[in-house]
Design a protein around this ligand. Structure first.
Ligand SMILES: Cc1cc2nc3c(=O)[nH]c(=O)nc-3n(C[C@H](O)[C@H](O)[C@H](O)COP(=O)(O)OP(=O)(O)OC[C@H]3O[C@@H](n4cnc5c(N)ncnc54)[C@H](O)[C@@H]3O)c2cc1C
Length: 469
């Protein structure tokens, strides 16, 4: 079928593109290597317990994306209020920062140091503008050294697995654009939440049966006219004369070749580049080999109790506790566990092949329960069941210098007249779900309008640096 538009990856980006094209009457096919759609935004179900791969809140400032999701999910959405804490020095602090809580929690001397450091950085900035190359540079100049040491350093290094001096400032400046200590404090005092600082918005939207429902709904709609092939991994992308001609996929029946009119790739950029046949020039392969992802191990513990916490997320910066974030899905929707029971989910940031990744499920479960007991959350005899999920390529890793490598790859891919890269993994960008959906929709519209091939740059990144999304 020479006229088909092929979509690689059945996450939110690929499915949103497929949905828009399908509704517009195009002949499309989506290929997803996993047995279920959703990618990073999927919900796992076991015996009536449900959990996302790290709690996923949907929030957007873009009206079109908001309408898209609300229409698709009609009747399934809840509006949830966000209440999060940071667990530090054996205490819980409000997140976003609440000045009174921070002052009494950290003590007057530390608070005085925070204010002095911050004022010093601001004063210094008046005389000499400093170039912020790393995450450390950026946070110190916007929040001061003490805030960096207490709130940012350990958590960021836990999330990324590398020193803050090696994490690119470009990423963090986009990610918490417009946020500084004075604005965070102002927000906490005057409750500007959600208006001038979307970073700190305190309500979000969530499907009753978990975030994965958005992808399931998109699949249902696409399948009214077209096909979403799960358990079907793309292995090769054939091109000739600057056009993608076909792909080779593997499913239960073996290998098959599928011809392509237009190709949308939302699978990881580095993986896609490695599948091109003939292979790209050595300098492009070299650039792709330097782009790394951070992986994630998700541990869900099912508990024989109605609730363990009353929080949306609990951030755990300290390295002595091996997981970085906890959430309790039943606080997001009561339907995430059977009546009278609950589930808590821990995120372990990891690199594929490291100690956490290679740990047996049994050992990881024991370690987790031990820590949860020490934190005072549960008792071992309350645990009903557990599940461990290993999610590879969860976060594009923004090491200093990543942008030049990305730009080199984008520049090379531009020559292919019918190739469109989109989404978080596909473009190696720190997209949230709303950006992924927007990226899928705009790629589909570009094809519908037969516009020029342009890699869209989105710059409205608004999540807080502690979010770890
Ligand atoms: C822990 C965590 C928490 C997050 N929390 C939030 C949140 O609260 N709010 C928010 O808005 N966003 C959140 N995000 C971000 C959100 O998950 C992503 O923005 C979104 O899921 C990206 O969708 P995507 O389709 O671009 O990429 P992906 O979900 O990565 O989809 C790519 C797809 O390609 C498939 N694929 C890979 N290789 C192949 C192959 N060879 N053949 C076929 N298919 C292949 C993959 O299986 C996958 O399904 C979070 C992310 C993480 C990791």
């Amino acid at each position: 079928m020479k006229n088909q538009i092929l979509i690689l990856g059945g996450g939110l980006t690929g499915l949103s593109a497929g949905y828009v094209l399908s509704k517009s009457g195009f002949d499309i096919a989506v290929f997803e290597s996993e047995s279920a759609v959703g990618g990073l935004s999927k919900t796992i179900e076991k015996n009536g317990f449900r959990f996302d791969l790290g709690g996923h809140r949907f929030f957007t400032t873009d009206e079109k994306t908001d309408r898209f999701v609300r229409e698709l999910m009609s009747g399934e959405l809840l509006s949830v209020s966000r209440s999060s804490k940071i667990y530090l020095r054996n205490k819980f602090f409000d997140y976003p920062l609440n000045p009174a809580n921070a002052i009494f929690g950290l003590g007057i001397p530390v608070t005085a140091r925070i204010i002095t450091d911050y004022s010093y950085e601001k004063l210094k900035g008046l005389f000499k503008a400093k170039e912020n190359i790393s995450l450390e540079d950026w946070v110190v100049s916007n929040f001061g050294r003490t805030m960096f040491d207490i709130y940012f350093k350990e958590y960021s290094e836990k999330v990324w697995g590398i020193d803050c001096r090696r994490i690119s400032a470009e990423w963090v400046a986009q990610r918490i654009k417009g946020l500084s200590l004075s604005k965070a404090v102002k927000n906490a005092f005057f409750k500007f939440s959600g208006k001038d600082l979307p970073t700190l918005a305190d309500r979000f939207v969530y499907p009753q049966l978990g975030i994965g429902r958005i992808s399931e709904r998109l699949k249902e709609e696409i399948e009214q006219k077209n096909k979403v092939f799960t358990d079907t991994a793309v292995e090769q992308i054939n091109h000739y004369n600057n056009m993608i001609e076909s792909i080779v996929v593997r499913d239960h029946a073996g290998l098959r070749e599928v011809c392509s009119k237009e190709l949308i790739s939302s699978m990881p950029l580095t993986k896609m580049v490695g599948m091109m046949n003939p292979a790209p020039p050595a300098r492009i392969m070299e650039a792709a080999s330097k782009l790394k992802f951070r992986d994630l191990v998700v541990m869900a513990i099912m508990v024989n109790r109605k609730r363990v916490t009353d929080q949306t997320w609990i951030y755990i910066p300290e390295k002595k506790i091996p997981f970085g974030r906890i959430h309790e899905p039943t606080n997001w929707s009561g339907k995430m566990a059977p009546e009278g029971k609950t589930i808590i989910v821990m995120e372990f940031f990891s690199f594929k092949g490291d100690n956490i990744w290679n740990q047996t499920d049994e050992k990881l479960t024991d370690i987790t329960i031990e820590h949860l007991e020490t934190l005072g959350f549960i008792r071992k005899d309350e645990v009903i069941d557990s599940v461990v999920i290993r999610a590879a390529k969860a976060y594009p890793l923004f090491e200093v210098g990543y942008k030049e490598k990305c730009d080199e790859i984008y520049d090379y891919l531009k020559r292919f007249g019918n190739l469109h890269i989109a989404g978080r993994s596909g473009m190696f960008r720190y997209y949230n779900m709303d950006h992924a959906i927007e990226s899928g929709i705009s790629t589909a519209e570009k094809i519908i309008n037969k516009g020029e091939y342009v890699i869209k740059q989105q710059d409205d990144f608004t999540e807080p640096v502690l979010a770890g999304n």
